[in-house]
Design a protein around this ligand. Structure first.
Ligand SMILES: Nc1ncnc2c1ncn2[C@@H]1O[C@H](COP(=O)(O)OP(=O)(O)OP(=O)(O)O)[C@@H](O)[C@H]1O
Ligand SMILES: [Mg+2]
Length: 492
């Protein structure tokens, strides 16, 4: 790709960008949120049209008219946001548009199609039921289906736009072994990720971009993580684990959960949360952490259990009730539960605090704009204006809007479910700083995170879950990755 240029209204997203990719290599593409990574990949796959520049593919000029043509030419993409249909089965999602038919093409051959999917999963070492409805799977599993779907197309180029954001460590290992296998078959891969350790594990070269500009390309084994970060943000960022809890021993309990049961994934969960505390919830994906928080928040029905807020029994039958009790919940699935992507940054920011901005039935527009503006600045949300539709923001910046929404609501108890998923290293440390400030102000925070360094860096205390139960509780001063893994894999 040579001198690629692209503008959106109010944004110069790509400024004469160069990028090249060799057969059989894994090439990392890194840069801060909004740097233009996804845009460049959408141009390569014909989703967006470039304003100027050239693409050469297999020695020829290449002008994909759309993703379908790119796919036919052997270029496939796994998008940052999941793009599948919940109500269809796993196999139907994989073979959409190229279904197995029977009776001279008159009827869908569900059985043959499931069998094809089963073979594909077997080949990829994935344990997924082809006949299951996609919506029943966790985000991580859905991501695996999307990967299988891409692989099933016999690609020459596979683009993976933050594929591991929702995967557990074991799933990441599986993905990497699939990638190594594809590389042996001479498939070239472009790998976008904000996780620096992954870059060194899986890629051969790394290209850094900043603000739509090309910064440089290096052999991965010849650069350090710190050097890559410095190319990305122009400064060095340190990440140290927390040494000891910041919560005083006599801090009051603001939330107490006793014997919570819900669905199949929440079994007899009990814990308490103190003022000023950041309570980490560690575990593998599928451990029941999100389900626990959804039940607590009234988003799913709980079958039994007692919830107390500030020492008084709380009856939470739906999220509105939870919000009234001062609980905020930042969903891990921002697209589905966290945002109204067809509305503006401003509308989304104040969405959880509507009543605070009303007076005698009128919306206080000036105050709304001021507040939204303030938080957009604090969180460094990259957007041409507050009127920009959220769907047009980069993935990481969408996540920041979800965070702004709950900060503006000013809840006393905040549940952050994978808060920094898809957030670049620079913005991540800003969000960490902000969470620490909130705790210092006396808010109580629950943080679900599948990234162990993040759990160890942020938490004052850590609860570990496995298969719907709490299997361990660790004080930050004696927690480490081995301890967490020990409890996270303790199947009864
Ligand atoms: N359809 C669109 N309309 C308007 N602006 C857009 C559109 N798509 C992207 N942009 C803007 O282009 C810039 C680059 O966005 P892009 O999604 O490529 O970033 P990214 O590097 O993938 O970031 P992230 O790591 O957060 O995913 C951003 O400022 C974004 O808001
Ligand atoms: Mg992106």
């Amino acid at each position: 790709m040579k001198h690629i240029d692209k503008r959106f209204k109010g944004v110069h997203a790509l400024k004469g960008l160069d990028f090249d990719l060799c057969e059989g290599e894994v090439h990392a593409l890194v840069g801060e949120n909004g740097a233009g990574k996804s845009t460049l990949m959408k141009i390569l796959t014909g989703i967006y049209e470039k304003d100027s520049g050239e693409i050469h593919y297999l020695g020829k000029m290449f002008h994909p008219q759309g993703p379908k043509e790119a796919l036919q030419m052997g270029i496939g993409i796994i998008h940052q946001e999941l793009n599948m249909m919940d109500h269809l089965t796993v196999a139907q999602n994989i073979f959409i548009g190229r279904e197995s038919m029977k009776m001279k093409g008159l009827f869908l051959d569900e059985k043959a199609q499931n069998e094809r999917a089963r073979k594909l999963f077997e080949q990829l070492n994935m344990n997924i039921d082809p006949a299951e409805k996609l919506g029943k799977l966790t985000v991580g599993m859905q991501q695996m289906v999307e990967i299988a779907k891409a692989v099933s197309h016999n690609l020459k180029v596979l683009i993976l736009d933050e594929p591991t954001a929702a995967l557990t460590n074991t799933e990441i290992d599986e993905l990497f072994s699939i990638m190594r296998k594809l590389a042996q078959d001479q498939v070239a891969m472009i790998y976008i990720s904000h996780r620096m350790d992954e870059i060194h594990r899986i890629t051969d070269r790394v290209t850094v971009m900043r603000d739509g500009e090309y910064i440089g390309t290096k052999d991965t084994d010849k650069v350090t993580k710190e050097e890559i970060i410095q190319m990305m943000v122009g400064r060095v960022i340190y990440e140290d684990p927390k040494q000891k809890s910041n919560v005083p021993a006599d801090a009051e309990v603001v939330l107490k959960v006793t014997g919570l049961n819900a669905g199949r994934m929440v079994k007899d969960v009990s814990f308490s949360l103190h003022r000023g505390e950041i309570l980490g919830f560690a575990g593998l994906i599928g451990a029941g952490r999100t389900e626990t928080m959804r039940a607590l928040f009234g988003a799913d029905v709980s079958t039994s259990g007692i919830i107390e807020v500030n020492g008084r029994r709380a009856f939470i039958s739906d999220p509105m009730a939870a919000v009234r009790y001062g609980i905020g919940y930042l969903s891990e699935d921002r697209k589905r539960y966290g945002l109204a992507t067809g509305l503006s940054v401003e509308d989304n920011s104040i969405m959880a605090s509507y009543e605070d901005f009303q007076k005698h039935g009128f919306m206080r527009k000036t105050q709304i704009t001021e507040t939204a503006q303030e938080y957009a600045e604090t969180l460094k949300i990259k957007t041409p204006s507050l009127d920009q539709l959220v769907v047009n923001l980069s993935g990481g910046n969408q996540q920041k809007v979800v965070i702004a929404k709950w900060l503006i609501r000013n809840s006393d108890i905040l549940i952050f479910d994978e808060p920094t998923r898809g957030i670049d290293v620079g913005a991540k440390s800003e969000i960490y700083h902000l969470m620490n400030e909130l705790a210092k102000e006396g808010k109580a925070i629950i943080m679900i995170s599948s990234e162990m360094p993040e759990v160890l860096r942020m938490s004052d205390r850590i609860m570990v879950m496995c298969e719907g139960r709490i299997t361990g509780e660790l004080d930050i001063c004696d927690a480490d990755q081995e301890q967490i893994m020990h409890y996270a894999t303790m199947n009864n």
